[in-house]
Design a protein around this ligand. Structure first.
Ligand SMILES: NC(=O)c1ccc[n+]([C@@H]2O[C@H](COP(=O)([O-])OP(=O)(O)OC[C@H]3O[C@@H](n4cnc5c(N)ncnc54)[C@H](OP(=O)(O)O)[C@@H]3O)[C@@H](O)[C@H]2O)c1
Length: 304
């Protein structure tokens, strides 16, 4: 396949590029920072990776290359958990996804021939947060900032005229980055523990399963619509942290108080202090097989 990817330099995108390249596919990395991407995907290691600069929220020459690609994966967006959510950051979180997706979709709709599939990222934040409810792909959306952001993001994607797969990503587990990458250091220093009261749900997915699911969405024509990209066994934060402690043989006893995270992250602390129990009902029904369905299996593979 020939696959165009936005957000390819990020946590999920870089794993996806490595995997697609390993399987012999050709990839176009659309990036705001072509020089950095050229170092990340250097020609010797990645001879089938092409790199092109673009401004995600503006139409440009990059849209003219779209007809050359069989599939498009849209992962781009301002980092959600990188720091405090100021009004300016919130605006960029939304604009980068909403206008970025709109510009990409307009390009795809004008392309002749048109790529046969768009795989668009979304997040389980779509459902809002709850300590008691369970959510599957048919559940209604929530009403907080992330939920409305995800709705706006998905609404732009649904205007595409080709096959569309929206993947609502859970927390992607990878030792080198993302949420787990940040949580692991305190454990290694013997001071790890649950974030907040520990009762909030963590709907997670091993990064390899996530990348496999994107491949499944790209290549299986029967995949269409919205799918939860989470493992089938979500856990509460307390169990999540206890399992990290068990796998790396470190105690899990020092909770990180909610007020400290609120001070540090403001409203953005809700991403870790509140959660949602999400079940991948349609994903399982599609025949997708998880290599890491349970948390101990996933963490053992990643952390050992
Ligand atoms: N990781 C998770 O656990 C998780 C969970 C739920 C949802 N998601 C969503 O899935 C997508 C990929 O996740 P990720 O963890 O790989 O993200 P990431 O590591 O933050 O990477 C996202 C990429 O988007 C591009 N980007 C950053 N800021 C941007 C902006 N202001 N405007 C346009 N593009 C921008 C960057 O690529 P360039 O600099 O090369 O342009 C960056 O490498 C994101 O949209 C994220 O919100 C991730």
């Amino acid at each position: 396949m020939r696959v165009m990817i936005t957000g390819a330099t990020g946590l999920i995108g870089s794993r996806l590029v490595e995997r697609l390249h390993h399987e012999g596919h050709t990839i176009l990395v659309l990036t705001r920072q072509p020089e950095k991407a050229t170092q990340q995907f250097d020609r010797h290691r990645f001879p089938r990776v092409e790199i092109m600069g673009y401004t995600p929220v503006e139409p440009g020459m990059w849209q003219e290359t779209i007809p050359q690609w069989d599939g498009v994966v849209n992962l781009a967006g301002e980092a959600i958990a990188a720091g405090r959510w100021t009004e300016a950051i919130k605006q960029e979180l939304r604009r980068s996804r909403e206008v970025g997706t709109r510009t990409l979709v307009e390009g795809i709709n004008q392309a002749i021939p048109c790529p046969s599939v768009l795989v668009n990222a979304s997040a389980i934040g779509y459902y809002g947060t709850s300590e008691t409810a369970t959510f599957d792909e048919t559940s209604p959306p929530g009403s907080d900032f992330l939920a409305t952001l995800c709705q706006a993001w998905e609404a732009e994607a649904t205007l595409v005229k080709t096959r569309l797969v929206i993947l609502r990503f859970g927390i992607a587990l990878d030792a080198t980055g993302g949420a787990l990458g940040k949580m692991i250091l305190p454990f290694q220093l013997f001071s790890g523990g649950p974030l907040g009261h520990g009762q909030q749900w963590v709907s997670w997915i091993h990064i390899d399963d996530l990348v496999n699911l994107i491949l499944h969405a790209l290549t299986d024509p029967s995949m269409e619509g919205t799918f939860n990209a989470t493992a089938p066994n979500p856990v509460r934060m307390q169990t999540f942290c206890q399992t990290i402690g068990q796998v790396i043989h470190r105690p899990s006893w020092l909770p990180v108080p909610a007020f400290a995270l609120n001070l540090l992250l403001g409203e953005g602390a809700s991403v870790v202090l509140e959660g949602q129990q999400v079940l991948p009902k349609r994903t399982l029904a599609s025949g997708f097989t998880y290599h890491y369905p349970t948390l101990p299996q996933a963490l053992t593979q990643i952390l050992k």
